[in-house]
Design a protein around this ligand. Structure first.
Ligand SMILES: [Zn+2]
Ligand SMILES: [Zn+2]
Length: 263
């Protein structure tokens, strides 16, 4: 069985076809999925998905790309994470300078502050972090270090950085999660990085509705297709698919401190 460590099932793409998407997971042997929060107005929908479906989990947090949106306080994140047993992580949080455009480095301070708030809430609630980083890996690693994130760990989601960045994150106890991007023909460097990341530190994800893997590239992605990511990586690493599925699923439970007997 595979686990999709990162999806957005609350997004409008899924609203009318959730039963079908959940049935497809079962058919593809995808046992669980983590529904990741991106802002506070939508967070109740993410939580409800996890509460309504035993095999779905939720996180709480505000994505670095969401600028004009209510800011989450430390207290809100900690209280919410501790109040609901289906919330297993804080995030997605991190840094994204890709859309900075002409703006100055200083003008992105709000993002770094928001990131620090999430890390502090993660340590305080003992719920691991889901990290999003794009065009900002140096600052991401630096802030994780400054805030002592090795005390809690988590996952570097939809990983597209170099092996050195993966290594720095793994040294702090983080897992590295690969999405459908690794299956793209152009992703040769990422494939090399994926080969070097030990299976014991690896998670797999869809980031659906985005980033559908080959052979579904361009379509609306869904958690069932994490199986395609898993099959591709097993082939890349020369491993049986069953082993990749088993180890990455165990990694998911370890990463998010989930008791396997109750999951
Ligand atoms: Zn992300
Ligand atoms: Zn995401």
């Amino acid at each position: 069985m595979f686990i999709d460590s990162h999806c957005h099932l609350d997004f409008p793409e899924f609203q009318s076809r959730l039963p079908e998407v959940l049935a497809n997971m079962q058919l593809a042997k995808v046992s669980n999925a983590l529904c990741v929060s991106v802002d506070l107005p939508d967070f109740p929908n993410v939580l409800k998905l996890a509460q309504d479906h035993p095999h779905l989990y939720a996180s709480v947090g505000v994505h670095p790309d969401y600028e004009d949106t209510p800011e989450p306080s430390f207290d809100f994140l900690v209280d919410t994470a501790l109040k609901h047993s289906k919330i297993i992580a804080i995030g997605e949080t991190g840094l994204d300078y890709y859309r900075m455009g002409d703006r100055s480095y200083e003008s992105m301070e709000w993002q770094r502050e928001r990131f620090r708030t999430h890390i502090r809430a993660s340590i305080a609630s003992q719920k691991p972090l889901i990290i999003h980083t794009r065009s900002a890996s140096v600052d991401t690693i630096q802030i994780l270090k400054e805030e002592g994130a090795e005390r809690i760990g988590g996952v570097m989601h939809c990983f597209t950085e170099s092996y050195d960045v993966a290594k720095a994150a793994m040294d702090m106890g983080f897992y590295i999660s690969f999405s459908g991007i690794v299956t793209f023909k152009s992703a040769t460097e990422l494939q090399e990085t994926c080969k070097r990341v030990p299976l014991e530190r690896m998670l797999i994800e869809t980031d659906s509705p985005y980033l559908a893997p080959i052979p579904f590239r361009g379509k609306i992605n869904e958690p069932a297709w994490v199986a395609k990511v898993g099959e591709f990586i097993a082939d890349l690493k020369g491993l049986p698919v069953d082993e990749l599925a088993r180890v990455t699923s165990n990694n998911f439970y370890d990463c998010f401190q989930i008791d396997r007997t109750t999951s």
